[in-house]
Design a protein around this ligand. Structure first.
Ligand code: FAD
Length: 416
């Protein structure tokens, strides 16, 4: 039976403990709660299915071997990051939101142990992100589950003689590049491709070139770099079906051999198939009228409020339709969202006069920006509309897949 919480506190409930949720929690605890009158009456409640957070972009490398990316550097305990704040202002719940009733200001949750509960929120932030098709490419439950999947994958990888990857976007290309370099090594300077790779890897891409968010010339360069680690790209073709069903999609079928039928009528067989295209927003608990047609939460793209849900409801990150799903967009959304929550809280308090006159406004940077490592040494990409050389991609992303940035994010130092 579901229980409901008994608290006199004004709870600011944040759903999702990753880039969006953790950062908003830090921002509010540092810059909003201390400025509110009677600030011990506010409690930030962070709800996450995982007790640990991780640098998700690192999955294509981290899933292969600890030798190239050690897990102890990757997974970070969430609760420890919030030790620095008064215990009266912060609570972590290991659980998942199962239903939102925005009319009643109530969110239902299932705790990790399996008990159900309803929480009344004063303010609500939806930061539940999106799930990749492949269970190897992100957290969908606890971090321990992801580590167990990687262990299974590594065992299968040691026996694999061929790999097919569905999707020529950044996840597919990065996964192919990491696997190619790890399993096959890299062709020499004067060879355009690696002949007879130990484990041939094929990327199936539905468009003319891979990496469709970058100019085609960069996609072509990525293709050449992939060829050097034993990866072949088939363009303008879609994965039509995979037999047996669900290969690569479910934990049970994660490492089964597969026959992949393509829209070109070609059939490929592979010891491992990794579907690396498309994501599903984690919004099944959100009422349909609050969702856009793509399943993301309909969010006011300037204020980051969910206007249709009534006051004090906000969304950001991959679960929201305010911007293209990317970490640089989330990092620009966080100060805006936190400032607007603070304003709303002040306006609803005895310190109305302290509130800023206006909302802070979010504006998405739509310039061509994407960095795509191809193995541990090379890469392609563009930043703020300018193509960057391979060594810049390596320096910023490829050498450790952003780990140099995540320590400050998880600890909140980024927002001091
Ligand atoms: C392989 C890969 C590489 C990437 N590389 C880059 C990159 O280089 N640069 C870049 O900008 N972006 C990159 N991205 C995208 C980036 O990872 C996402 O934009 C970012 O993780 C989104 O952050 P988020 O906080 O919105 O959600 P997520 O990181 O998806 O986290 C959401 C959290 O909410 C939890 N959750 C889900 N449902 C519920 C629920 N009902 N209740 C409570 N919690 C819930 C999830 O378990 C998860 O922990 C990459 C993505 C992938 C898959």
């Amino acid at each position: 039976m579901a229980s409901s919480q008994n608290t006199s506190k004004k709870q600011i409930i944040i759903l999702g403990g990753s880039y969006g949720g953790i950062s908003v929690a830090h921002q509010l605890l540092k810059h909003a709660i201390p400025d509110l009158p009677d600030n011990t009456s506010y409690e930030v409640v962070l709800i996450s299915p995982s007790t640990q957070v991780m640098c998700r972009p690192a999955c294509p490398r981290a899933m292969i071997s600890d030798r190239i990316l050690p897990q102890e550097k990757l997974f970070v305990d969430i609760v420890k990051q919030f030790d620095q704040y008064p215990t009266s202002n912060f609570k972590f719940i290991h659980g998942t939101a199962t239903k939102l009733d925005h009319q009643e200001h109530v969110v239902s949750i299932r705790r990790h142990e399996g008990t159900d509960e309803t929480l009344h929120y004063y303010a609500l932030v939806i930061a539940t992100g999106a799930t990749s098709k492949s269970p190897l490419l992100g957290l969908s439950g606890d971090a321990s589950e992801l580590r167990a999947r990687w262990a299974d994958f590594r065992k299968a990888l040691s026996q694999a003689k061929s790999i097919v990857i569905g999707g020529g976007g950044p996840s597919g290309v990065e996964t192919a590049g990491e696997l190619g370099e790890y399993l096959n090594g890299r062709a020499g300077w004067f060879s355009s491709k690696l002949e007879n790779p130990k484990v041939p890897i094929t990327v199936i891409n539905a468009q003319d070139t891979i990496l469709p968010q970058l100019r085609p010339k960069i996609g072509k360069q990525a293709e050449h770099r992939l060829a050097k680690v034993g990866v072949t790209v088939i363009n303008n073709v879609k994965v039509q079906s995979v037999v047996p069903d669900n290969v690569g999609l479910t934990v049970d079928q994660l490492t089964s051999a597969a026959t992949i039928s393509l829209s070109s009528d070609q059939k490929l067989t592979a010891d491992l198939y990794i579907p690396a295209f498309g994501t599903t927003p984690n919004t099944s608990f959100v009422p349909q009228p609050l969702l856009a047609s793509d399943g993301r939460v309909k969010t006011n793209a300037t204020t980051l409020r969910v206007d249709d849900a009534g006051p004090f409801v906000y969304a950001l990150g991959d679960a929201s339709n305010a911007a293209r799903p990317a970490i640089h967009n989330i990092l620009s959304q966080i100060p805006v969202l936190a400032a607007n929550i603070k304003r709303d809280l002040l306006l609803d308090s005895s310190a109305k006069s302290q509130a800023t006159a206006q909302d802070v406004v979010f504006k998405e940077d739509t310039r061509e920006t994407q960095l795509v490592p191809i193995g541990t040494k090379k890469g392609v990409g563009a930043m703020m509309g300018y193509q960057v050389p391979s060594w810049v991609v390596w320096l910023i992303k490829g050498r450790d897949y952003w780990l140099w940035t995540t320590g400050r994010l998880w600890s909140g130092k980024q927002w001091n």
